[in-house]
Design a protein. Sequence first.
Length: 190
Amino acid sequence: MPPLAALLLAPVLLNLACGKTINTYAGPYIAYATRFDPCPSDGTFAINLRPSHFHPAKPFERQTVSGNFTILTPFDDSYWVRGQMAVRSNNQWKENAFVFNYPTGACRVLRDHIPDFFTMVARGIHATNGPCRLEASGTNEVDKVPISWDFPKFKIMPYGRYKFTIRFGDVTSTRFCTEVDCTIIPKPTI
């Protein structure tokens, strides 16, 4: 084959190579919950929720949660909050992939970082400024409440399956603890 023919044929052959792009390991994402499990606490605050199935064909459809949550004493910014995310890799959990520690301001942290969840627990309060306080309300039931697992302070996260453990407490003990089995997938382009 003459060299000129090879040079002219090369771009044609390169255009015939088809394939999908490979997603990077992190970027804009959609998060969804698979299950909620309690972990040891004194029970002052508790949630027993069951999330709906996530539909991959409808990634922007909000998940719904059903169950109940309990608030036995007022919840405000005097509590600390700690979060740990374990990532699923090689068929086991790799603990402490991400660790969050806020020594005070638990109510504000919940309001700022998980706004839809806070709105559900606060029974519709959307306030984003000023003091944060939830009054003791006992046990409250929720039935198919739509939740968007948006985390506005974390725009980009590594994709994968996570076990997110969140704890609230005061100087004497852990008042609330739950583990959420969740998955982070790439946000599709529209």
